[in-house]
Design a protein around this ligand. Structure first.
Ligand code: SF4
Length: 457
C-alpha cells in the first residue's frame, strides 16, 4: 500500500500537483530531435537537466540516448549562457560532426532570459556553424506545458527547416506525433500500402529500436534527413496526427509555404485508423488495398469474438491528450466504459473533446487536463473501475486498488516491447485489444471460483 495516504475525500487544489501525469518539456523536445537523421539534441541549461532527460528516454527506449549540454555553472546562471552555447556549438560540430544540432531550453536558461535566436545568429556570424549544417531551437521551459508541448515545439522547429523550391515534390508530409518507433514504422507501412509518397517527420524508427549489431553508431541509420525536412515546403499536403503533438508544425507549413494541412486524431483503434486510411486513400485517389481491408476485418473479428469480456467494463485512463482521445473513442466503440480520464498536459479542448466522445454513454465522465495521478486515484476510490490504462507510474494505483493494469503511453520503465510492437493502425488495434483482454482474463482466472474456472475463454 504505497499510496495508502491517498484520501477518498477530494479537496480542491490550485497550487499543488501530486504524482504528476506529465514530465518536462525538454524530454519531448529531445525525443523529437532524435527523429532527425544525424541530429544531436542539445540541452541549454545545467548538466542535471540533461542527465534526467537522457535517463528517462534511455529507461523507456532501452537505448543509449546521446545529447549534449551547455553545462551551466553559477557564472552562466547569473551572467547568461551565451558563451557556453557558442563554445558548445563549436565543440559539437568539431568533435561529433552532426548534421543538425537541435537546441532546447530548460527552466534555468528561460528564467534568466537567454535568447536562442540571437545566439544562433552570433554563431553564424562567427562562422561556428559549418556550411550545410544546421542549428534549430525550441523554447521549452518546464514550468509551462509538458513533454507533449516540448515535443510539438521541436517538431514545429523542424518544419522551420522547409525551404521550398517552387516545384511540388508530389509527396505528403506525415507528422506522426509522439508515438513509438514501431508506430512510426507501422504508419510508413500503411502509407506505402495505400501508395502515397510521403515524408514522415520526426521518424525515430531505426534510431530507438535498432538491432544490436556490435557496432556503435553515434548517429543511427534512421531518422528524417535534412533534405527531406527541407523538401516539406514543396509537399502537396500535410497530414498531422494529433492536435497536441503535430498541429503546430502543420499549421506553420500551411501558413508559411501554403502546404494545406489536415489535422487527424492519432490512428489508435478502429475509427481513428479508418479516418487515417480514408485520408490517405483520398490523397492517392485509390481504393483501400485488400491487405488493409483484411487487417481491419481481423480487428473487427477479435472485437466481436471477445465482446462479452469487454462489455461495460469500467476503465480509468491516464496519459497524453492525443493518445487519450483516440483511446477513449476506441473503448467507447467496443462497448467499454471510460469513467475517469486524466492528462497532465494543459488544454481546455481536451475535456471538450472527451465529453463529445462520451456523450452517449449515459453518465458523466470525470475528465481533467493539467490533472495528476493523485486525483485519478481519488476518483477510482470513489467510483471503482475494472481496468486501469496508463504509463508505468500507474502501477502504484493498480497495486493499491488491486486493478488489472495495461501499460500504454510514456514512460514505460518496467516492461519491454513498446519500441517493437506498434499500437497504431488495425494491427496495433489487435495488440491493444490483446493487452486489454490479457489482463482482464488473467484477473478472471485469478478470481473465478473453481466451479467457473474455465479452460476455454
Ligand atoms: S523541470 Fe526544469 S529544472 Fe527540472 S529537469 Fe526539467 S527542465 Fe530541468
Amino acid at each position: 500500500m504505497l499510496l495508502r495516504h491517498t484520501p477518498e475525500e477530494i479537496t480542491e487544489r490550485k497550487a499543488l500537483t501530486i504524482n504528476p501525469a506529465k514530465t518536462c518539456q525538454p524530454i519531448g523536445a529531445m525525443y523529437a530531435a532524435l527523429g532527425i537523421h544525424g541530429c544531436l539534441p542539445h540541452s541549454h541549461g545545467s548538466q542535471g537537466c540533461c542527465a534526467y532527460h537522457r535517463s528517462t528516454l534511455t529507461r523507456h527506449y532501452k537505448e543509449p540516448i546521446s545529447a549534449s549540454t551547455s553545462s551551466f555553472t553559477e557564472g552562466s546562471s547569473v551572467f547568461g549562457g551565451s558563451a557556453n552555447m557558442l563554445q558548445a556549438i563549436n565543440n559539437i560540430f568539431t568533435v561529433y560532426k552532426p548534421e543538425v544540432i537541435a537546441v532546447h531550453t530548460t527552466c534555468l536558461s528561460e528564467t534568466i532570459g537567454d535568447d536562442l535566436p540571437q545566439m544562433k545568429k552570433k554563431a553564424l556570424d562567427e562562422g561556428k556553424i559549418p556550411e550545410g549544417k544546421y542549428v534549430i531551437s525550441a523554447s521549452t521551459p518546464s514550468y509551462a506545458g509538458s513533454h507533449v508541448t516540448g515535443f510539438s515545439s521541436m517538431v514545429a522547429s523542424m518544419a522551420g527547416m522547409a525551404t521550398p523550391t517552387g516545384k511540388k515534390n508530389g509527396k505528403v508530409n506525415i507528422i506522426p506525433g509522439w508515438v513509438e518507433p514501431a508506430d512510426m514504422e507501422e504508419i510508413k507501412r500503411l502509407v506505402n500500402l495505400v501508395g502515397v509518397k510521403s515524408i514522415l517527420f520526426p521518424d525515430t524508427s531505426g534510431v530507438l529500436n535498432g538491432p544490436l549489431s556490435g557496432e556503435y553508431k553515434m548517429f543511427p541509420d534512421g531518422g528524417t534527413t535534412v533534405a527531406e525536412l527541407q523538401s516539406t515546403g514543396d509537399s502537396i499536403g500535410t497530414l498531422a496526427l494529433g492536435e497536441w503533438c503535430s498541429a503546430d508544425a502543420a499549421h506553420y507549413l500551411d501558413k508559411a509555404h501554403k502546404v494545406p494541412c489536415t489535422i487527424l486524431d492519432m490512428p489508435f483503434g478502429l475509427k481513428a485508423t479508418d479516418r487515417f486510411i480514408d485520408a490517405l486513400r483520398n490523397l492517392a485517389g485509390v481504393n483501400v488495398p485488400d491487405e488493409i481491408g483484411l487487417e481491419r476485418g481481423q480487428l473487427v473479428d477479435m472485437i466481436s469474438d471477445m465482446h462479452q469480456y469487454l462489455y461495460k467494463k469500467r476503465v480509468a485512463l491516464a496519459g497524453d491528450p492525443d493518445q487519450l482521445i483516440a483511446m477513449t473513442e476506441f473503448l467507447v466503440s467496443i462497448d467499454m466504459c471510460p469513467v475517469h480520464i486524466v492528462t497532465g498536459t494543459p488544454g481546455k479542448k481536451f475535456g471538450k473533446r472527451i465529453k463529445e466522445l462520451t456523450k452517449d454513454l449515459g453518465y458523466e465522465v470525470n475528465v481533467k487536463a493539467k490533472g495528476d495521478l493523485f486525483l485519478l486515484h481519488q476518483w477510482i476510490k470513489n467510483e471503482p473501475v475494472d481496468l486501469l490504462i496508463g504509463n508505468t507510474y500507474g502501477k502504484y494505483i493498480a497495486r493499491d486498488e488491486d486493478l488489472p493494469f495495461v501499460r500504454w503511453g510514456f514512460p514505460i520503465l518496467d516492461r519491454q516491447g513498446h519500441q517493437y510492437f506498434p499500437t497504431v493502425g488495425y494491427k496495433g488495434g489487435l495488440r491493444l485489444l490483446e493487452k486489454i483482454l490479457g489482463v482482464l482474463m488473467d484477473r478472471k482466472d485469478r478470481d473465478d471460483p473453481e466451479s467457473k474456472f474455465e479452460l476455454v475463454l
